[in-house]
Design a protein around this ligand. Structure first.
Ligand SMILES: Nc1ncnc2c1ncn2[C@@H]1O[C@H](COP(=O)(O)OP(=O)(O)OP(=O)(O)O)[C@@H](O)[C@H]1O
Length: 300
């Protein structure tokens, strides 16, 4: 079952198409990340999926409903949540009161104490919104989004600007949503976060999907390479193995075949009577794959 099934979506704001027939699916219960450079069309697509923007053409089903239809949209608003990077909350209200008021909008809200526990804000239940740190505010935004037990959650850059501890907490919370069967659509420029959280990734460029798959698939299919590095003190640049370069005093080789390279490096070291140490093999990350993908315009 797809939580989102978009087929051939186009959007023209009046000056030419900015989405060129995008087909985009998210299976129910998965965490999906949407990536792409500035101006690629992510916000436009997400707003169309959320029902906050109309499409020019194409078919769209979100939780079995059409967000472009007014009646469906009013039902969907109760079944999904959107967490933007910045939200307006009354600074003089307490965390508890704001959650209590929000819960009253839903027929079957989560228990407020349960939500506070989930976002680790129990101790701040009586605190005023204006006294919260950015990280706590972000967790309160999430708490509000979770209160109505959404089946679908849109998260825009959920951890940008947070300290490492808050970031880890929020990531754990998002990852934990999988257990409750919530479908999550995430936009983030933090590809470590995407690699950690997302079941599937879609990359948009120039209003079209450039690549789709699991983070592992995208890394595997990309032109990004593994980096083999080691120290070989005193070695002259002209004596380096084929394809190697010296970077910050270490020998670096990019390869798709690490086993062969490691064997060749050992043979080279014996031949050159050079001692090598600190050998590291770093596989490409989603970050590397994404950059390679945008540079070459394709995944292979
Ligand atoms: N309200 C609007 N009216 C006219 N054109 C728009 C509007 N919103 C976006 N666009 C255009 O649509 C294209 C896609 O923009 P969009 O904001 O969807 O990209 P994005 O991938 O979300 O970018 P970013 O990462 O910078 O937020 C851009 O060319 C942009 O100028």
């Amino acid at each position: 079952m797809h939580a989102i099934n978009a087929i051939d979506i186009t959007k023209d704001y009046g000056k030419g198409e900015v989405l060129h027939g995008i087909s985009y699916q998210v299976p129910a219960g998965e965490i999906a990340a949407l990536l792409g450079p500035n101006g690629a069309g992510k916000t436009t697509l997400i707003e169309i999926l959320e029902g906050h923007r109309g499409r020019t053409s194409g078919r769209l089903s979100v939780l079995g409903l059409d967000p472009g239809n007014r009646r469906d949209f009013s039902v969907l608003r109760r079944r999904m949540s959107v967490v933007l990077q910045q939200t307006m909350l009354e600074p003089g209200m307490s965390v508890r009161d704001i959650l209590r008021r929000h819960a009253s909008y839903y027929p079957d809200p989560l228990d407020i104490d349960e939500v506070l526990e989930q976002v680790d804000l129990v101790e701040k239940r009586s605190a005023l919104v204006k006294s919260l740190s950015d990280g706590m505010r972000r967790r309160l935004d999430l708490a509000l989004a979770l209160t109505g037990r959404p089946e679908l959650l849109f998260l825009d850059e959920p951890t940008t600007g947070l300290d490492p501890v808050s970031r880890r907490r929020i990531r754990a919370l998002i990852g934990g949503l999988r257990e409750s069967g919530t479908t999550v659509v995430l936009t983030s420029h933090d590809l470590t976060e995407v690699q950690e959280l997302a079941d599937r990734v879609d990359v948009i460029r120039d209003g079209a999907i450039l690549a789709s798959g699991s983070p592992e698939d995208l890394v595997r299919g990309s032109a990004a390479s593994t980096v083999v590095e080691f120290a070989a003190p005193g070695v002259a640049e002209e004596r380096l193995p084929d394809g190697a370069s010296l970077v910050n005093g270490r020998v670096r080789i990019h390869t798709d075949d690490q086993d062969t390279v490691v064997r060749e490096v050992q043979e080279w070291a014996t031949r050159e009577r050079t001692e090598i140490s600190g050998l590291t093999i770093v596989p490409p990350s989603l970050d590397d794959a994404y950059i390679a993908m945008l540079e070459t315009g394709k995944t292979e």
